[in-house]
Write a protein that binds this ligand. Structure first.
Ligand SMILES: [Zn+2]
Length: 847
């Protein structure tokens, strides 16, 4: 009897185990097709729903919603490890926190943690949503880790905690899947989507890893900072005719603040993946080409103790297979080399191939992490130990509280703090490098866990001289070469070389002081300065409420004080004081009551009917412009090709912005062979004619960066881009910060000082024969941060030109004025241009 019971009991246990396992659904059960099947793609909802089912069925997987995406969708992370580790998840997370900050533990305690802790791996799938393979693969990876019981899988589950982001850009996955399915079977199957795969920033969502402007960046940083992964696998796709997959090592240069241990780890992991893939018979696996490790915009992790392993797979047409003949392949991939000993022979290439390659790479990363668990943890600890015991100069960066734009200084410090950088504030005055700083000064000491991150972003970049061949042009960097936040944001920061002592407090948050309304009795109006972005937001709020606002166009004397041109005045009326009081609660603006009417020249501002040209070429700059306009409270409307073609633009708009687009893209767009007819073409000749009428009739066109070409050519301006035909060997500025000179008497440069700085990339340089150069390059090398070849081409040339035309204006802003939402110091050029574009210069008086 007892025996029967025992047998029955055992059977029951076995059955339960069976039932639990059987309940874990395969991806194809939910999807109705095998992952990677030709012309089939799982969308965001399907992937989300699959992970929810997996998490319910498996005690190895936990799903967390980190937050909502830009478009309000769930942004999830799947935490995958053994059931035993899941029980102690919080303990392992604490271990990571301790290893990341060696000030909190002894070496002996660290060794204990290293022997007990788990390697933490983060896998980020398909941040670029059209590179969709990894998001599809994530389901298969999770399923196998949830169900397999072989020795290798167990080893991974026991030694590794995997943070899997199945969709690093869920909104984009849904958009891409919808677009693909809509066009499936038509001539446009697999065509490029006519809008960005992130609401605002498209492909630049992977250039945001030190500014964290976008929600998805902030959510990822949240996961990262909670767990401090040692290894981050960032899965992408590239063109179709080269290698099948790129893995690190990267090529030179590395940004100098990245620890050498970490650089070796990148190389070790990259070649391990390459080895495993080649051993599994995967061909076309290549390392050590193209991708460098200079910009932190793509590599937050490199400053936080984690390696970023970039993989780039050869693409198909989303899920539609392609065929590449051997002779069509890029030459470099045809022969075996040190970088790629086993070339691909050409042929059919499918989404399933991408899934297989991605899976193989992910498995290799997890295997390496498991096998070398202790090495990963120990080196992670060593990197941070070096960081906190640093003694090399500089010792600190000092940020004065007295700033021209204090609210932006606060924003900059918030960005640093988001990345784990500690900021102190002086409680008494102190001396550093021979200067005295007052109480309240902010200090960033560099001997701290993420001091390298702070240093990289606060110092000026000196990009190394790496040539394509001796005497040849600079080898093209993979991305931009300057990322100095104080210059980009217009914040005053001082580098301090020698050690100093100060009585300080470690800040637990950044508090922005409130603004102020002063002199409230019997005033004619209120005046405020024009120096900061906050001050322009205040302007927007007042104008949008219907208040009359002026920019004084000459210096003003009031009550014994002199105010410079550009100061803003709002006329008093009932309710204004309440509105100002409410504005100063969240904007750092000081309104000052003025007593008398003033008989001076002033620009009368109005609520601008602002248009932003939106082409179907999916311009990232258009997206960034939308984002910045929304952040700074400028109402706008998108202007499409059909609107420009229809004409009568003065009826709806005062000012139209053309974001950074080539003339060809504006005029002709994408041809009908490549995109459905409703999205094909550009503004065309009729659009050009309508825009001319718009300007003749008093409208203003503002062009950003390369869009100047459109205005110069189509409006027959006698302004030339003096580097249009110059060879890269003679002139090359791959994303640098340059000095400029402002004409501060011109409204576009109101609020600026004479010397300014701007970000230059793929930009024109204006040789001006008509109009007014409001911002110019100096007659000496203007390089502040990054790299310049051929500085002489810039001497005395224009960077912003204001050209009166008919009753309207054309304003050429010849650089990325908003630059990925980072160039806070130059935002105001655009903001000013918008108001100036619709303003009237009154010869009367300021009332
Ligand atoms: Zn990519």
């Amino acid at each position: 009897m007892k025996r029967t019971k025992l047998v029955l009991g055992l059977l029951a246990i076995l059955l339960t185990v069976q039932i639990v396992l059987a309940r874990i659904p395969k991806p194809e059960e939910g999807l109705g097709f095998r992952v990677g099947t030709e012309r089939k793609v799982a969308d965001m909802h399907q992937i989300l729903s699959y992970f929810q089912k997996l998490a319910k069925a498996s005690d190895r997987i936990l799903i967390k919603e980190v937050g909502k995406t830009t478009m309000g969708n769930p942004f999830i992370v799947a935490i995958i490890t053994s059931p035993e580790n899941h029980k102690n998840l919080e303990k392992f997370r604490q271990y990571q926190q301790l290893l990341a900050d060696p000030r909190k533990i002894s070496d002996k305690e660290a060794e204990k943690i290293i022997s007990e802790g788990k390697a933490v791996v983060m896998i980020n799938c398909s941040i670029h949503a059209s590179e969709i393979g990894a998001s599809q693969m994530s389901m298969e990876l999770a399923y196998n880790l949830a169900t397999r019981n072989d020795k290798k899988t167990k080893e991974i589950l026991d030694s590794v905690i995997l943070l899997l982001l199945p969709m690093h850009n869920p909104d984009g996955i849904q958009m891409e899947a919808d677009w693909y399915k809509k066009n499936l079977g038509s001539k446009y199957e697999g065509s490029q989507m006519p809008w960005l795969y992130h609401k605002y920033v498209g492909h630049d969502n992977n250039r945001d890893w030190y500014m964290f402007t976008q929600v998805e960046s902030q959510l990822t940083i949240k996961v990262h900072n909670a767990w401090h992964p040692q290894i981050i696998l960032d899965m992408h796709q590239m063109g179709s005719k080269g290698a099948r997959i790129f893995v690190p090592p990267y090529v030179d240069p590395y940004e100098p603040n990245i620890d050498p241990i970490l650089r070796q780890e990148v190389a070790m992991m990259g070649t391990f993946i390459a080895t495993e893939m080649t051993a599994e018979g995967k061909t076309g696996v290549m390392h050590s080409i193209w991708f460098d490790a200079w910009t932190p915009a793509r590599a937050y992790h490199h400053y936080h103790g984690g390696i970023r392993i970039l993989t780039e797979l050869a693409s198909v047409k989303l899920a539609t297979p392609i065929t590449v003949k051997f002779e069509e392949l890029d030459d470099y991939t045809k022969k075996p080399s040190v970088k790629m000993p086993l070339p691909w022979k050409g042929g059919k290439w499918t989404l399933r191939d991408i899934v297989d390659y991605d899976y193989c790479a992910a498995k290799a990363v997890l295997t390496n992490a498991a096998r070398l668990r202790e090495n990963w943890l120990r080196n992670f600890y060593r990197i941070h130990k070096k960081a906190v015991t640093r003694t090399n100069p500089p010792f600190a960066f000092v940020i004065p509280a007295e700033q021209r734009d204090f609210s932006t200084a606060i924003k900059m410090m918030k960005v640093l703090r988001m990345a784990g950088v500690e900021i102190h504030q002086a409680e008494e005055s102190f001396w550093a490098d021979g200067h005295q700083y007052p109480e309240g000064t902010y200090i960033v000491y560099l001997a701290q866990p993420y001091g390298g991150f702070a240093k990289a972003l606060l110092e000026n970049q000196d990009y190394p001289d790496i040539r394509e061949y001796p005497g040849g042009p600079l080898k093209t960097p993979y991305d931009v070469v300057a990322h100095t936040l104080p210059l980009l944001m217009g914040v005053d920061v001082t580098r301090v070389e020698k050690t100093f002592k100060a009585k300080t407090e470690l800040l637990s948050k950044m508090i922005k002081p409130e603004g102020k309304v002063e002199g409230v009795e019997n005033v004619f109006g209120y005046m405020w300065a024009h120096n900061t972005n906050d001050e322009l937001v205040a302007l927007n709020r007042l104008v949008n409420k219907g208040y009359k606002v002026l920019w004084i166009a000459e210096p003003l004397e009031d009550n014994g004080k002199t105010y410079p041109s550009g100061m803003m005045i709002v006329n008093n009326k009932k309710g204004l004081l309440d509105d100002l009081q409410s504005i100063v609660k969240d904007l750092y603006v000081r309104f000052e009551g003025i007593e008398a009417k003033s008989n001076i020249k002033a620009y009368e501002l109005k609520k601008v009917r602002l248009g932003l040209y939106k082409s179907w070429t999916a311009s990232m700059d258009e997206g960034w412009t939308r984002w910045v306009l929304e952040q700074y409270e400028f109402p706008y409307q998108s202007v499409y090709n059909k609107d420009v073609r229809r004409g009568n633009l003065n009826q709806d708009f005062d000012v139209i912005i053309f974001p950074d687009l080539r003339e060809e893209a504006i005029m002709n767009g994408i041809p009908e062979e490549r995109i459905p007819p409703e999205y094909a073409g550009g503004i065309g000749d009729i659009g050009e004619k309508n825009l001319k009428e718009f300007v003749q009739g008093g409208g203003t066109i503002i062009t950003l960066n390369s869009a100047a070409e459109f205005a110069m050519k189509r409006f027959y301006l006698t302004i030339e881009n003096s580097v249009a035909d110059v060879d890269r060997k003679d002139f090359f500025i791959p994303g640098s910060i340059l000095k400029v000179l402002n004409d501060t008497t011109h409204p576009i440069a109101y609020g600026y000082e004479r010397d300014g700085a701007l970000f230059f990339r793929r930009s024109p340089i204006f040789a001006v024969k008509e109009g007014k150069s409001v911002v110019k390059y100096p007659v000496h090398n203007p390089l502040l941060s990054g790299w310049v070849t051929g500085e002489k081409y810039l001497y005395d040339k224009g960077a912003i030109v204001d050209v009166p035309s008919g009753k309207g204006k054309i304003i050429l802003i010849g650089f990325p004025v908003l630059y990925r939402g980072q160039a806070h110091a130059t935002f105001k050029y655009l903001f000013n241009s918008i108001y100036y574009g619709a303003a009237v210069l009154g010869s009367g008086h300021a009332n």
